[in-house]
Design a protein around this ligand. Structure first.
Ligand code: 5CA
Length: 437
């Protein structure tokens, strides 16, 4: 992509409405624009990152055998009356009526809807277990939408649902998601700590939140010091193996969100206790028959009887993660994208747009990178070099190739690593082979 043609409205000044660094940087880097409180438009570069995170989630869900589908945003109120949540959900739910006066709502989550779909389709224990998910916009009329996409009213969520014959089998599904989530966050360059959590309006008897530590996080948490150094290095996970030992490792130490903190256990930890703030990037629940019972989702059993299916639900805050990654990875100059979700891998800075030799050399590098399948954003704007450097650091692409007339005359460019700040002079060929390796 040529920056001269790209829609990237960057800002020099810090927008006054943004209280935390990720919100500030997302606005300054031209990623999002607020449409109304807690509701955002995603501009091309923000959208690219959002879709990259979505892709990582999709790849990992596929690897564990969770099947993607898509449910609507608008749901019938009657379905929520069946589960008993329509009145219980409160003012966070956006309630609407269609032209026939039928009560509808903009889905804040999809337990009812998926249970209805499953109930109408599945008849036998032979169809279990099943894991289904979708990535869809949700609406929650939060009292205090804030911090940009971190606490939005409209936000993108991955929500998955498991169906099992009984609670023991449901626990196996729960463990799969638990391990799967550690992998997702690891691929996004985040260290997310699983913590015992309150089940809130979703309900159930077992639940973990996944939090990344950040001063700007909304939750107050407490955990054992060991979590900070605990390394998650799993690349391939065999989801058919017994995952309980792995889950046990990650739950063996004390880690609790606000509502679940236990003063006695904390006192016993002494110096090993850390209290901090955290951003909740995922939340998993096992709630057994809380929805399948009232909605009548049953299957026949091997013995010829009938069983109400045991369920869980598993959420990842896809749009919140864009902000969370920035909170975890930035410096004074701007964002530092992990390569796994960077909007472009390389930013190519033409230091002297308009200079024939410079333009030709940059076009050559640009074409070679594109041909090799490397995503590149070339700054070919006719502005001062200082402005190009500042914008390139602000948008945080992992690599910068800086090409100016002085070096190019000897076939040389500069390669800069955005995360470390390291720079080196090297030939165009070496720079290309480094970026395409
Ligand atoms: N049905 C369950 C799991 S699928 C559920 O809705 N869980 S949740 O309420 O915890 O939401 C799942 C994730 O969505 C959260 O962990 C959080 O990362 C994200 N999320 C929740 N509310 C918001 C919000 N207002 N803005 C942005 N992300 C949010």
């Amino acid at each position: 992509m040529r920056l001269s043609r790209y829609f990237l409205p960057t800002l020099k000044e810090n927008p006054s409405e943004a209280q935390i660094v990720s919100h500030r940087l997302m606005l300054r880097a031209g990623m999002v624009r607020q449409s109304s409180a807690g509701i955002y438009s995603w501009l091309p570069m923000g959208h690219k990152v959002l879709m990259n995170i979505q892709r990582v989630v999709e790849e990992e869900q596929a690897a564990m055998g969770c099947q993607q589908m898509l449910m609507p945003t608008i749901q019938l109120a009657d379905l929520w009356r069946e589960s008993g949540r329509y009145d219980a959900y409160g003012p966070e739910m956006l309630r609407i009526q269609d032209r026939h006066g039928r009560d509808m709502l903009y889905g804040p989550t999809n337990e009812e809807q998926i249970t209805e779909i499953f109930r109408d389709a599945a008849k036998s224990y032979k169809e279990l277990p099943k894991m289904l998910y979708h990535i869809q916009w949700k609406f929650r009329d939060e009292v205090r939408p804030r911090f940009g996409v971190m606490r939005g009213r409209e936000f993108l969520m991955k929500d998955a649902y498991s169906f099992d014959i009984d609670d023991a089998a449901g626990r196996v599904s729960y463990n799969k998601f638990f391990v799967n989530y550690l992998r997702i966050y690891d691929r996004l360059g985040l260290k997310a700590i699983p913590m015992k959590a309150d089940t809130g309006p979703i309900g159930g008897d077992m639940s973990h939140e996944f939090l990344i530590l950040a001063d700007t996080g909304e939750s107050e948490i407490a955990c054992h010091r060991d979590y900070i150094s605990m390394d998650w290095v799993g690349t391939d996970v065999d989801y058919d193996s017994d995952l309980q030992p792995m889950v046990d490792t990650f739950t063996s130490k004390y880690a609790a969100t606000d509502e679940m903190r236990d003063p006695e256990q904390e006192a016993a930890l002494g110096d090993d206790l850390i209290t901090a703030r955290g951003i909740e990037v995922g939340h998993i629940f096992h709630f057994g028959t809380n929805y399948s019972e009232p909605l009548g989702a049953k299957v026949t059993t091997a013995e010829g009887g009938e069983a109400t299916v045991s369920m869980g639900s598993y959420g990842v805050g896809v749009s919140r993660l864009v902000g969370a990654v920035i909170e975890a990875s930035h410096d004074d100059d701007g964002i530092i994208w992990p390569e796994s979700i960077a909007p472009f891998k390389v930013g190519l800075i033409n230091l002297k747009t308009g200079d024939e030799a410079c333009d030709a050399a940059c076009d050559g590098i640009y074409n070679d990178l594109q041909t090799a399948g490397v995503e590149v954003l070339m700054d070919d704007r006719e502005i001062r070099a200082g402005g190009k450097f500042a914008d390139m650091d602000l948008i945080g692409l992992p690599w910068q190739i800086i090409a100016g007339p002085r070096g190019l005359k000897d076939g040389m460019v500069e390669l800069k690593n955005r995360a470390t700040g390291e720079r080196e002079d090297l030939s165009i060929e070496s720079a290309l082979s480094r970026m395409t390796a």
